[in-house]
Design a protein around this ligand. Structure first.
Ligand SMILES: NC(=O)c1ccc[n+]([C@@H]2O[C@H](COP(=O)([O-])OP(=O)(O)OC[C@H]3O[C@@H](n4cnc5c(N)ncnc54)[C@H](O)[C@@H]3O)[C@@H](O)[C@H]2O)c1
Length: 348
């Protein structure tokens, strides 16, 4: 088990990660806590929640999936917190994947101007990425994460035992974020290349999860509020991934991140930013996990990348891998972006 501390200007949090973390750290929160979870997680772990947090815990169960990350559910959580009598020193526990973590985190940050928050991530994606760093959000209209706050959990309990019940496709989504960290961090990249045939091995996943959290913790310490360009690197692959996700919306988020990374790697190669064995290795890791589709309607989906928060003026901002441990931000016009995405699709 590893403890990773994240101290920022405004807060201090700790991530307990590894086997046994839930057993060791969750029990101390037994009592009048307010738990947010989703239907799938509740059906698997509802009994464990009751045993661990006791009969006084109030449990709000949302439908599963990205569609639940909306303003209606946000207000319904806040309403349920008021009804349950949650006080200013109350504790919200986000018990689930990234969807639950994002909406529960936002609710905790808004209710009475902020109550305590603990994240118990149950998907690989939420363990390696979304539960750490304090970004909370719901989607609004056609825009992902439009309404959100920065709000650090006081504690994250990331225990791999929850991954035993996770469908392989959801495990793949977490691997997508892990490969993103590989494109940002030389050591993680080396480990991925050396272990490319062990990507689903529990021992390997346990170690690499802690490495990704360490990388993210370091980024968050240096740029908590995404102000000086460091945190922006974590969006590698996301500009295009989010645009496809918003337009097509049929796959889990993590698969779109992988697909976005593939298309953006192609653009980086064509722009001469990245190439050689390094990009070939990243491409082969991506292809091990997802079959990258050639989209028919690139024009209409790519236009949605214009909403990306990183953009400046009319240009699309992409964070792309450059070389081991190094990424670069490139800006390209919408016409060129569409042309290169189409070219990438035809090459598949
Ligand atoms: N805040 C951040 O910094 C950040 C970073 C990355 C992604 N995100 C957000 O995270 C979300 C995606 O998270 P996700 O991939 O965890 O999706 P998710 O929360 O929808 O979970 C995926 C599926 O797995 C199920 N599930 C969860 N835990 C399970 C378990 N232990 N066993 C079996 N099934 C389980 C869920 O019910 C759901 O059907 C997106 O909304 C994305 O925007 C946020």
């Amino acid at each position: 088990m590893t403890d990773i501390k994240i101290k920022t200007a405004s807060s201090e949090s700790v991530v307990h990660c590894g086997a046994g973390a839930f057993e060791k750290y969750a029990k101390k929160h037994k009592g009048r806590v307010f738990i947010v979870t989703d239907k799938n997680v509740y059906s698997l772990y509802g009994n464990l929640m009751r045993e661990t947090f006791g009969s006084e815990a109030v449990i709000k169960v949302l439908p599963a999936g990205e569609k639940s990350k909306n303003s209606r559910n946000l207000l319904s959580i806040i309403g349920a917190m008021a009804e349950a009598g949650v006080k200013r020193n109350g504790l919200v526990i986000a018990f689930g994947g990234g969807v639950v973590g994002d909406i529960a985190g936002l609710s905790a940050s808004l209710y009475m101007r902020g109550v305590r928050l603990v994240q118990i991530p149950t998907t690989l994606l939420s363990q390696v990425d979304s539960s750490v760093g304090g970004k909370t959000a719901v989607d609004f209209g056609k825009i992902k994460n439009l309404i959100g706050t920065f709000y650090q959990p006081e504690e994250v309990i990331a225990d791999p035992m929850f991954l035993d019940t996770l469908p392989k496709r959801e495990l793949n989504c977490g691997l997508g974020e892990i490969i993103k960290y590989g494109a940002l961090d030389g050591e993680i990249y080396e480990k991925l290349c050396k272990n490319k045939d062990r990507l689903y091995d529990c021992g390997f996943l346990g170690g690499i999860t802690a490495d990704c959290i360490r990388h993210k913790a370091d980024v968050v310490r240096r740029d908590e509020h995404d102000l000086n360009g460091i945190r922006k690197t974590l969006n590698l692959g996301h500009t295009t991934g989010h645009a496809f996700e918003l337009y097509y919306g049929r796959r889990p988020h993590g698969e779109y991140v992988l697909i976005g990374m593939y298309y953006e790697l192609y653009i980086a190669k064509r722009k001469g930013v990245c190439g050689g064995e390094y990009s070939d290795n990243l491409i082969s890791l991506i292809k091990k996990i997802v079959k990258v589709p050639a989209y028919a309607d690139i024009e209409n989906s790519a236009v949605l990348a214009k909403h990306d928060k990183k953009n400046s003026d009319e240009n699309i901002s992409l964070v792309v891998p450059q070389s081991e441990g190094k990424s670069a931000e490139i800006f390209i016009g919408l016409d060129e972006y569409i042309r290169l995405l189409n070219e990438c699709g035809r090459s598949l």
